[in-house]
Design a protein. Structure first.
Length: 219
């Protein structure tokens, strides 16, 4: 799982975008990216398309995490940040209502002598958002937290957005439900990277439905 390290201290539709018929929360896609930027303004969608496009090229898969933040108006809030294989340092600041995007390098996990070893693998799987990612989004009241990556050589993007002006208590939901969910759903017979992906992806989908936030995977 990746770490986001901090150093230092009901509605439907958004900003003129159409709500999803019969659905609570979210919006239909705008003019960019086939669902990649649902509910975001055209201004920020344009800069996200350019920035994240660098992470979707199969000939330029990043071996470390990189990321940045944009305002809803498309202004870059912080400079590009580069971290390690499983971490990204973000300086303290006021990040309320911003869009945070970063990549998860693809990896492959193997069991050696009972220990799971995780290594970069360009043909591996980028994991869904970690608890640290989501905790960062909630504690800073981000508008949206995004993860770009690869799933067996093909681009994948994870989007997590609040509904309304505040996030639900995702940390409390995790504490109460994740261990039991993992015990019931983790397939120990398959590759650990695939098993971890499947559990996290399914858990976030269930959490979004139960407590009310947007979680989408665009492949």
């Amino acid at each position: 799982m990746i770490r986001v390290i901090i150093k230092g201290g009901s509605g439907s539709g958004h900003r003129g975008h159409r709500g999803r018929p019969g659905k609570r929360g979210g919006s239909l896609p705008n003019s960019f990216g086939d669902g990649l930027y649902t509910g975001l303004s055209d201004e920020v969608s344009k800069v996200l398309e350019e920035y994240e496009g660098k992470h979707r090229r199969s000939d330029a898969i990043h071996t470390v995490e990189t990321g940045t933040m944009f305002s809803e108006e498309g202004t870059q809030i912080i400079g590009d940040k580069t971290g390690g294989f499983m971490s990204l340092d973000i300086p303290p600041g006021n990040y309320k209502d911003v869009i945070f995007t970063h990549n998860h390098p693809p990896s492959n996990a193997v069991r050696k002598f009972g220990v799971i070893v995780i290594k970069f693998n360009k043909n591996g799987i980028s994991q869904p958002p970690s608890l640290s990612d989501v905790t960062f989004a909630v504690s800073n009241n981000l508008k949206e937290m995004r993860v770009t990556g690869f799933k067996v050589g093909k681009p994948v993007t994870f989007r997590m957005s609040r509904i309304g002006s505040e996030w639900p208590e995702i940390g409390r939901y995790w504490s109460s439900n994740f261990q039991g969910f993992m015990d019931s759903n983790l397939d120990k017979e398959i590759n650990p990277s695939v098993a971890s992906y499947n559990v996290l992806d399914a858990f976030w989908k269930q959490a979004a439905a139960d407590i009310g936030f947007i979680y989408e995977v665009v492949e």
